[in-house]
Ligand binder design. Structure first.
Ligand code: SF4
Length: 479
């Protein structure tokens, strides 16, 4: 296992092709836009080194019997599923933002389960290859990004009917020693600072879409792969001295990128699905449910920090004893604990898959994420309400540091005695950044848009069975 510094050093040994703001980054891991996200991911490595967190952050590999990071470990029980949620809340509390590494964790679990089923049905050898790949991931403690979302072009058309066939990542050539893939994946969390990219399809596929049914692992610096790092709200603040106006030295959301695959060759040993579209739907459903449950862990942890920051700000404002303020803080507690409870619940009701790893309850997992799409906005609204207009009008740190006006600003923005103005400003900046556009849109669309959850929820709710139960209780119709 690596610590945070070793993780960062291991990235520096790689040479990915990364673009940001119209320029190629020759040294992406030293760039102010990337560093905060890399620093956040490094926390997942550092916490795993601490004895007091060992039970949550590490596990025993079922492949080697060695101690591994929980981020490379499969879910072998309900206990593993619950520990994952606890781990995400813990790291969410340590970083106050997205730490990115969970997408790869859910990806390896999805690929493990589906390759097993493909091999059983078709006599292929994907599972054994993936087993070997996973062993390496665990041994070297690599961070993998999950690349699922395609750019999708005209969404009224399936992948194979798009005017441009590259709107979904596809196999353009099959060679005796591997495949060549082309297309683009977007919104890929933590991609630039990952070692590996796990490419997965974004939807179930019938036989006509076989070329789009591709699962494979691509190294971050594979020839033909380009990463375009996305813009975020307030991203220019990362380049300012001390990053004060960012509110924290960690990134806002997960440092998402668009990945361009320009005829990338993937050797056979890294290919885990190549045409078996009938299994793509299961892979997407499982991955999505695991990842949607996660939001009740990481976002609860992030919201804990938001709650703490908001409470402290009301103390500095001198309003914390007001019963209305207390009630609004209580409302944040209620929203946060509701998402956490359903994430733990979806894990507690997990079931074993044929490959041996465990699946969360999909109805509860999708309910978690559906609630997050609303509750995080409500938490943000309450924080804005309690924090006040200062959250959006506070002068810059540069003004506070200015020799002519800084002293006056410090005097007039002071709050309750005993609390330095600088601390008040820092709290305001954290709340501002963590309740702004990028964060809220990420809460809404990350792990799938709200409607994607509602489709699964209605399917899982089993309306015919509920109608039957209602008829029985009310005493109408035939059973
Ligand atoms: Fe992990 Fe949460 Fe970020 Fe998803 S949004 S990658 S679950 S921290």
């Amino acid at each position: 296992m690596m610590n945070g510094k070793q993780y960062i050093d291991s990235l520096k040994a790689r040479k990915p092709r990364v673009y940001y703001l119209g320029e190629r980054l020759r040294d992406p891991y030293s760039h102010p836009a990337i560093i905060p996200h890399m620093r956040t991911a490094a926390v997942t490595y550092d916490l795993a080194m601490e004895d007091r967190h060992a039970e949550i952050m590490t596990a025993t590999s079922h492949l080697t019997g060695e101690k591994v990071s929980r981020f490379t470990h499969l879910f072998w029980s309900v206990d593993d599923l619950i520990k994952k949620i606890e781990m995400l809340r813990l790291i969410g509390r340590e970083t106050g933002t997205c730490f990115q590494r969970c997408v790869g964790l859910d990806g390896i679990n999805a690929i493990w389960s589906v390759t097993y089923e493909i091999d059983r049905a078709k006599g292929t050898e994907y599972h054994a290859k993936f087993r070997k790949y996973l062993e390496r991931l665990q041994k070297e403690d690599l961070m993998s990004a999950g690349a699922m979302t395609d750019v999708k072009g005209d969404r009224s058309l399936p992948p194979w009917q798009q005017p441009d066939p590259d709107m979904y990542v596809r196999i353009v050539e099959r060679r005796p020693d591997g495949i060549v893939i082309r297309g683009a994946k977007t919104h890929i969390t933590g991609a630039v600072n990952s070692h590996e990219i796990l490419v997965m399809p974004t939807l179930g596929l019938p036989p006509e879409g076989a070329d789009y049914a591709v699962v494979c692992a691509v190294p971050i610096d594979a020839p033909g792969l380009t990463l375009v790092f996305g813009r975020q709200t307030n991203d220019e603040r990362k380049e300012e001295e001390g990053m004060f106006d960012c509110g924290t030295s960690f990134g806002v959301v997960g440092g998402e990128s668009t990945l361009l695959f320009e005829d990338v060759f993937v050797p056979s040993e890294r290919v885990f699905m190549a045409g078996e579209g009938e299994f793509a739907g299961s892979l997407v459903d499982r991955f999505s449910s695991w990842h949607r449950a996660n939001y009740g862990g990481c976002k609860a942890g992030n919201a804990d920090i938001l709650l703490g920051a908001t409470a402290l700000l009301t103390e500095i404002h001198g309003t914390i004893k007001n019963s209305i303020v207390k009630d609004k803080l209580t409302e944040i507690v209620h929203l946060v604990e509701t998402i956490y409870a359903s994430a733990v619940g979806s894990s507690a009701l997990g079931t074993k898959l044929p490959a041996g790893n465990w699946m969360v309850d999909p109805l509860l997992a999708n309910t978690v994420k559906q609630n997050v799409t609303r509750f995080l906005y409500q938490v943000g609204r309450l924080a804005h309400d309690l924090g006040g207009g200062i959250l959006s009008t506070l002068p810059s740190d540069a003004d506070f540091r200015n020799g002519e006006i800084g002293g006056l600003l410090t005097k007039y923005f002071a709050g309750k005695e005993g609390f330095p103005t600088e601390e008040k400003r820092k709290l305001c900046r954290y709340i501002e950044n963590m309740t702004s556009v990028a964060t809220l849109v990420e809460a809404l669309h990350g792990a799938g848009s709200p409607q994607a959850q509602r489709i699964v929820m209605l399917r899982q709710a089993n309306l015919p069975e509920k109608t039957r139960m209602a008829k029985k209780v009310i005493g109408i119709g035939k059973e």
